[in-house]
Design a protein around this ligand. Sequence first.
Ligand code: GDP
Ligand code: IMO
Ligand code: MG
Length: 423
Amino acid sequence: MKTIVIIGTAWGDEGKGKITDFLAAKADVVARFQGGNNAGHTVIIDGKSYLFELLPSGVLHPKTVNLLTQGMVIDPQGLVKEIDKLENKNLKLYISNRAHVVMPYHRAIESANESKKGSDKLLTTKKGIGPTYSDKAKRIGLRMESFVGPNFKTELKKIIELKNSEARQLKIAEFDADKIYQEYQEYAKKLKKYVIDTSSYLNEVIKSGKKVLFEGAQGVMLCVENGTYPFVTSSSPTAAAVPLYAGIAPWFLDGAIGVAKAYTSREGAGPMPTLIDNPKIIEHFHQTKVEYEPRTKTYRRVGWFDSVIIKHAKRVSGLSHLAVTVLDVLSGLDEIKIATSYQLNGENIDFIPADIKTYQKVTANYLTLPGWKEDISKVRTFDELPLNAQNYLRKIEELSGLEIVVFSVGPQRDQTIVLKEIF
Ligand code: GDP
Ligand code: IMO
Ligand code: MG
């Protein structure tokens, strides 16, 4: 396959960055196509950890071209910081002229809206993602083309007038167009050279037979169309969304690798039917630190692997293969559970109810499998895995109906094991 997409199958943080970095070794182009710096993708190479929020996780490969396509919302301040931090000073980057720009008023409005919500808070990343996508839909957004163009100041002034009436309603400080302009025109100057029509570029690249890897952010359960609405993000992190968000024909996408943790995790608010409540098991996960979120300085909630979610993700996004990450963290547990279906009002169901209050009520039906005690972080082939770990992966394949082509036993590049070359 020459064009594939990496998709988070659940609520994000499945290890998409690590899998993207790994597969990017073979890619000519790596493209982020949705979301913004609400994403946090970790790549660890030779013990050094990198966190990518906007740049594609393939950026550490010196030869790949990196794209931020039109479906993204881009915070120029964050992007400039990320570029400046890179050791690779020959960065090959293109930014879509149609991508929307996240501005300081988006972050301020988001914070004000969240703090008004009381117990209904979404616990967003406070990066201004929702307000930026919302301005896009309201047709009052600022696009990259205008941001780096000669009319930036005039457009900004018009938008700030609208934003100041929002600020007055929310009873927050009004925005100063001149001050914002002074700071942001510096970012615009730095980013201008990267801005092109990425759709035209991608179409040429794909037609010439080069390899393109699309990197999803978030996960299908955070999709605004198919996720646990309203506890979702504001874009669609699905394979189905790639053509629209990247400006390519649907038939240009050859496949989609769903990235799933060997269990489930969730940052932010919203239901999670397989949530683990046993303090000893929670402590097992906490000890490994994998679920410690560096940006919020809290642990993510953890749950058992949920095959209802995987089947939902496969259907609504389109997934052709599976990558299972963080298998090593399950080592040491006596038994491991997998949700096979849910119970709702005494009946078995195998779908995600659309209504959030109904989804909050479902409980999981589990299959319990024996665990394994061995440290598997040095395993490099499937056959070296303890038999119970092999059976666990086989069970995930059987329940999801997806072939596992990659699994990983640690955060480093060499702890990623390929079972089948598909890209
Ligand atoms: P992303 O948002 O999907 O890219 O995932 P994050 O990077 O936010 O979160 C995944 C976390 O798991 C990071 O801390 C990774 O370094 C870590 N990680 C990824 N794969 C593995 C693995 O196989 N084993 C372990 N122990 N950690 C992993
Ligand atoms: P990566 O790409 C985990 C969650 C937030 C919140 C909800 C809405 O690293 O997997 P937003 O700021 O997008 O409006 O927040 O979505 N969220 C994520 N959770 N990983 C992410 O990205 C996330 N991006 C957003 O916690 O619950
Ligand atoms: Mg993350």
